[in-house]
Design a protein around this ligand. Structure first.
Ligand code: GLU
Length: 477
């Protein structure tokens, strides 16, 4: 049988990291088995609907590579893939479930429901309408009385199933209430629609968050009542922001799009999300989507929550940058490079090679190269550095000589400049690091910069480098 998994997000805002992880695992599981991965939009809760969020779901999945084989915007044989377009189907199946004894019409108004509140304010429906006769029901419907359809959960016994991550799960039916399946406006609840859709769409493996672990027995009651085969269940551990708090879009925690905007390498985001709750057998953590597909295994999924670690994600992003070709780096970092003060003023390729091994996320680029444009009066004490064998006195003495040597360099590039300064240090019998330190302070006015003295001089160009050295000679007096 062909494996079919689905991602079933509700369009309630940004696609958060937890949602994308559920999608990713569904994708990996299906792709590894030559199966299909389906996108279904669960928009029956109109009160939580956020305009534009369906598009965000499409865009995020395409952009991240977690692409579906069937879905609202790509079609497929099991559509429609948007729940609000399947209203008639739910009504038909809800009526069928009533006939089968798995559900019943309920005409209780809000006042009666409110009167069922217990001392803690919780309402539990008391099966009041379960015993209405067929005639009574027909008369009420014909009279236009509003109604809902409720699930008829047994009062005794328990429901068990085997979850592939959490093992055997049993829930007593007395702990499950007769929840609403079809609302008075004809819209299904999640509790009903997920069952109907997963069955009609031929879903073989249901992969979703742990919050559904204990409600699954009530879904199984429906599969059983319809005489349908239950899917295999794979529930996933939560993702936490820290030991106490779940990572959640309701708390405004970052989404995939936020991380992309902050300059993280896209592949690293997906790679990292895969590791949130799953560990590969090998020690390799940096994996492409294809490698993740090849290596993904249910045994590697943890039962316990995983904590989102931004430091690790940054590290992974940096690893991707290091291994990226220069062309790819250039194309990807362009929006961030453009924001730097140095942009357009220096050779772009040189700027890029200066930063490529020095940033973990693209947005760090401006801060790494802005120094090129921030040359102003600086603290002369920067020359005082015993470790580098440098002092103001030495700087005063050698800077004019450095200037002279550099003025004579015709082939202005890092390696030539480096050789020229090393030769000078030999000639003057001064430590090479002192010459390089003094040069870098003289042309940047900064203690720390991306790139050494000659790399920076190369980028600045001959005129600017000599101009700055002149300035520093004056400053030293
Ligand atoms: N619409 C549900 C959610 O966003 C889907 C749960 C499921 O995958 O069954 O949580």
């Amino acid at each position: 049988m062909k494996v079919r998994t689905r991602f079933a997000p509700s369009p309630t805002g940004y696609l958060h990291i937890g949602g994308l992880r559920t999608a990713l695992y569904g994708y990996l599981f299906a792709k590894q088995r030559g199966g299909d991965f389906i996108l279904r939009i669960e928009d029956t809760d109109t009160t939580r609907y956020v305009d534009g969020s369906v598009q965000i779901i499409y865009d995020t999945m395409r952009d991240s590579g977690v692409m579906y084989d069937e879905g609202p915007d790509v079609g497929g044989d099991y559509g429609p893939y948007v729940q609000s377009e399947r209203k008639d189907l739910y009504k038909e199946y809800a009526e069928k479930l009533v006939e089968l004894g798995g559900a019943y019409y309920c005409f209780c108004d809000s006042e009666r429901i409110a009167s069922l509140k217990d001392e803690n304010g919780n309402v539990r429906y008391d099966k009041h309408c379960l015993n209405l006769s067929k005639e009574e029901i027909k008369a009420k419907i014909d009279a236009g009385e509003p109604y809902v359809i409720r699930q008829n959960v047994p009062l005794e016994g328990s429901g068990s199933y085997h979850d592939l991550v959490y093992g055997d799960i049993t829930v007593d039916y007395k702990d499950i209430e007769d929840g609403i399946l079809l609302k008075s406006d004809g819209m299904p609840t999640y509790n009903f629609a997920n069952v109907i859709d997963d069955h009609l769409m031929g879903i073989t493996h249901v992969i979703r968050g742990i919050e559904y672990l204990s409600s699954t027995p009530k879904y199984n009651l429906m599969y059983d009542a319809f005489g349908w085969e239950r899917p295999v269940y794979i529930h996933l551990p939560p993702i936490m922001k820290d030991a106490q708090h779940k990572l959640s879009k309701r708390n405004g925690d970052a989404s995939y799009a936020d991380f992309v905007e902050k300059g993280y390498v896209k592949q690293s985001i997906i790679n990292y999300i895969a590791l949130l709750g799953w560990s590969p057998k090998s020690n390799t953590e940096k994996m492409s989507l294809q490698e993740l597909t090849d290596n993904f295994s249910l045994e590697g999924i943890s039962k316990s929550p995983s904590i989102f670690d931004d430091v690790k994600l940054r590290w992974l992003s940096g690893e991707y940058i290091k291994e990226m070709s220069m062309e790819e780096f250039k194309a990807n970092c362009y929006p961030f490079l453009k924001d730097s003060k140095a942009y357009g003023k220096y050779d772009e390729d040189k700027l890029l090679s200066l930063v490529k091994t020095r940033v973990q996320i693209y947005s760090e680029i401006p801060s790494k190269i802005d120094f090129l444009e921030e040359f102003t009066a600086y603290d002369l004490n920067l020359y005082e550095n015993s470790k580098q064998k440098s002092s103001i006195a030495v700087a005063k003495d050698v800077l004019p000589k450095i200037k002279e040597v550099l003025s004579n360099v015709t082939d202005w590039q890092n390696s030539t400049l480096f050789t020229a300064l090393v030769d000078l240090s030999t000639k003057l019998e001064i430590k090479k690091q002192a010459i390089l330190w003094i040069t870098r302070i003289a042309i940047t006015g900064k203690e720390a910069t991306a790139g050494g003295a000659t790399e920076v001089a190369d980028i600045l160009g001959k005129d600017k480098t000599l101009e700055r050295i002149d300035y520093s000679i004056n400053l030293l007096g």
